[in-house]
Design a protein around this ligand. Structure first.
Ligand SMILES: Cc1ncc(COP(=O)(O)O)c(C=O)c1O
Length: 406
């Protein structure tokens, strides 16, 4: 065991997975599952009683009552039984209405599948299309759990990094296309991006769709942050330009825009032809999404716009505040993101982000996500979630300032 810096706690020495699992004869891909440095820091930070955490990707506002009341009513009405495998028809129709309002789309409900979370939607999509050894080309930096889902599907992941030019993140489309080989089964894009806030343009979406179509490659588009944009009502969606039968899955969730992380509810869209396949996958995986949460989610879609706007107003002013503080602190390199509630930044002289994240926990009781949790290109960066009260944010930035200066 090794002593932790100042904290006095102990953390096991990294050792081979084989030893840790004591030769239980587990699946190869499980024994070799990569570590999640973000989750490690969150666990590490929990040891400190005075920790202030901006490491997790969620706001600190509780789910508003008009949503919670929908679920409460459902519980009172005895909606506690198994439901339809792909979600309540009323719920699926509400998602369809939402797409019609937001993007002027006609999405029939046989293209909309409710899932136990955005994460689950990703697993269902991968289960539907990947054979062991297939390749997924993922645009990074990216939320580590999506890479973990690819590992669990026994597929290979090729990372194509966005490039940072003067603080702005950009996609090199040629690089992305030339990374695809005959083994590539899917391209995974998250736009808006967690952690960079990069948003894919409509032109880029059009080009990638055309390319994927010509090669027969699936696109998996994670659109969980689609509503967290500061200058438009929503980020462009692949659904706006795709043909209904294109090999396209989109992933979405109630977690972020409607303050429902703990509810565990999301949805997947796909071409209508995959409905029976996803139905079987969902049936064997979990039988159906949670019943009563869907009644809350229906309220979220029907009446959630004002709440979302209030949240965005707070986050926009927090965003400005974070970047004012960064400028005043100095040694912090980053440009304001266009979307999401994350600041993704580098600190001059801090090359090892995991060490820096541990030091911030030890020295100033601040927990931030290390950039290496978002793929290789994230090494040296830190991610701070600013979807919190101003008082908490001020406190966190005071701690960060002290952490940088010590
Ligand atoms: C890009 C991305 N996709 C999906 C999710 C997961 O959403 P859910 O809470 O619905 O599983 C997250 C959560 O942080 C995320 O950042």
């Amino acid at each position: 065991m090794r002593k932790l810096h100042q904290l006095g706690g102990t953390m096991p020495e990294p050792q081979s997975k084989k030893l840790m699992t004591n030769n239980l004869n587990l699946r190869y891909c499980v024994e070799n599952l990569s570590k999640n440095p973000g989750a490690e820091i969150i666990r590490y930070a929990r040891r400190k009683p005075d920790i202030l955490s901006l490491a997790q990707g969620e706001g600190d506002a509780a789910t508003p009552d008009f949503i919670a009341d929908g679920a409460r009513r459902a519980l009172d009405d005895g909606k506690t039984f198994y439901g339809p495998v792909l979600g309540l028809e009323e719920m699926r129709q509400e998602v369809s209405n939402y797409y019609s309002r937001l993007y002027n789309l006609n999405m029939p409900t046989n293209r909309i599948y409710m899932t136990g979370s955005g994460t689950t939607a990703m697993h269902f999509a991968l289960t539907a299309i990947l054979n062991p050894g297939d390749e997924v080309v993922a645009v990074t930096p990216i939320w580590k759990n999506l890479l973990g889902a690819i590992e669990l599907a026994q597929a290979k992941c090729k990372e194509v990094a966005l490039r940072e030019i003067d603080g702005r993140w950009e996609l090199d489309m040629d690089k992305l296309m030339s990374a695809c080989t005959k083994n590539t089964r899917a391209i995974l894009v998250t736009s808006p991006s967690n952690p960079t806030g990069w948003v894919m343009s409509r032109d880029e979406i059009r080009d990638l769709l055309e390319f994927a179509r010509s090669k027969g490659i699936w696109i998996i588009s994670d659109e969980v942050y689609a509503r967290l944009t500061y200058d438009t009502p929503a980020a462009p969606s692949f659904l706006e330009q795709a043909d209904p039968e294109d090999r396209l899955f989109t992933i979405n969730s109630f977690s972020k825009a409607w303050a429902m992380t703990g509810w565990r509810l999301g949805w997947l869209t796909g071409p209508a032809a995959v409905e029976p396949i996803i139905q079987d996958i969902a049936l064997y995986n979990s039988l159906s999404p949670n019943a009563f949460t869907q009644y809350g989610a229906i309220e979220a879609l029907r009446h959630g716009e004002d709440f979302l706007q209030q949240q965005l107003d707070l986050w926009q002013s927090n965003l400005d505040y974070v970047y004012e503080r960064f400028a005043a602190i100095g040694r912090v390199a980053s440009e304001k993101p266009q979307s999401t509630f994350y600041a993704f930044f580098r600190v001059d002289g801090e090359k090892d982000c995991l060490n820096f994240a541990r030091r911030l926990v030890d020295d100033v009781s601040l927990s931030l996500a290390p950039g290496c949790a978002f793929g290789k290109v994230g090494q040296g960066y830190m991610r701070l979630c600013f979807a919190v009260s101003r008082a908490k944010l001020e406190n966190a930035l005071d701690r960060l300032e002290r952490g940088i200066k010590t």
